[in-house]
Each structure stands twice: as structure tokens, then as C-alpha cells.
Design a protein around this ligand. Structure first.
Ligand code: HEC
Length: 131
């Protein structure tokens, strides 16, 4: 039989279910906020890292040397001086768009975003001062 008491209990139960649902959604939203995309894009995959190693050797080392320590300061990655910014984001931008008016050409049409992200991490790794 439906009496005021059972209706009341059902209502309380419904409010509790609705409340749990809401807090779950809110917890998920909070999680998304707590883990923003790493600056410079998501970390590259193992394949992209391997591919970047090959690309560096075949396409970049001619100008930048295998150790990244070119005697020409503007092309040196190891001396701690970054003319075009040293964050992952800056270096991704330099590799993607090149530096107008110099031999540093844009590479965004040649390599995937992930490969460029891995290349940026690779060239930064030549600088012992960068983490
Ligand atoms: C034909 C020669 C050449 C090739 C090939 C080349 N670069 Fe460069 N790169 C340059 C020059 C020259 C500069 C310096 C530009 C300037 O004077 O600002 C430079 C600058 C850079 C910089 C900026 C350094 C700073 O101090 O901010 C990055 C990063 C870079 N190159 C990455 C790469 C990567 C990665 C590749 C391979 C995909 C590559 N380059 C291939 C010539 C080259």
C-alpha cells in the first residue's frame, strides 16, 4: 500500500540517487580540470620518439650536428642560449614553423605533430640546464 511514509522514503531514495549522480559528474569534471594538457601537447608515444631519433639523424644533424653542439651559436642546442624560446611549446613552434629568413625551414608538413613533439624533447635534451 502507498502511504505517506513509503512515498516519503521513495522520495528520499530518489534524491539520494540524484545526488550521487551529480557528485560523480562533478568529480569527473574536477579530474579533467586537474590534469591539463601538458604544455607543448601530449607526451609523444614510443614510436614517435623512435621516429624522431631517425629524423634527427637524417634531417637535423646536417646543420645542428649529432650532439646538438654546433660551433655556430644560433644552431647550438647545448649552450643554454635559446634564441626562440626554450619551453617545449616554443621549440615545437620553432620546428613546426621554422625561422623566417634563415636556413631553419618549417617542418610541420613533413612530420606529424607527435614526431615534432618528440623532436622538441630531443633537441631540448642536449641542453644540460633544461629539464
Ligand atoms: C639547413 C640547415 C638546418 C636544418 C636541416 C635544420 N635546422 Fe634548425 N636551425 C637552423 C638555423 C640556421 C637555425 C638558427 C636560426 C636563427 O639564426 O635564428 C636553426 C634553429 C633551430 C632551432 C632554434 C634554436 C634556438 O636557439 O631557439 C631549433 C629548435 C631547431 N633549429 C630545430 C631543428 C630540427 C628539430 C631540425 C630537424 C627536423 C632542424 N632544426 C633542421 C638550420 C637548420
Amino acid at each position: 500500500m502507498l502511504n505517506a511514509r513509503t512515498v516519503g522514503a521513495v522520495c528520499v531514495a530518489l534524491v539520494m540517487i540524484a545526488g550521487t549522480g551529480r557528485s560523480l559528474v562533478m568529480a569527473q569534471a574536477a579530474k579533467k580540470k586537474a590534469a591539463p594538457k601538458a604544455a607543448g601537447g601530449p607526451a609523444p608515444t614510443a614510436e614517435e620518439v623512435a621516429s624522431a631519433e631517425e629524423i634527427y639523424k637524417t634531417k637535423c644533424a646536417v646543420c645542428h650536428t649529432l650532439e646538438g653542439n654546433s660551433p655556430i651559436p644560433n644552431m647550438n642546442f647545448a649552450d643554454g642560449a635559446w634564441l626562440h624560446g626554450s619551453t617545449v611549446k616554443d621549440v615545437v613552434n620553432t620546428i613546426s614553423n621554422g625561422i623566417q629568413g634563415t636556413a631553419m625551414m618549417p617542418f610541420k608538413t613533413q612530420f606529424s605533430e607527435g614526431e615534432i613533439a618528440a623532436l622538441a624533447r630531443k633537441v631540448r635534451s642536449f641542453d644540460p640546464k633544461l629539464k
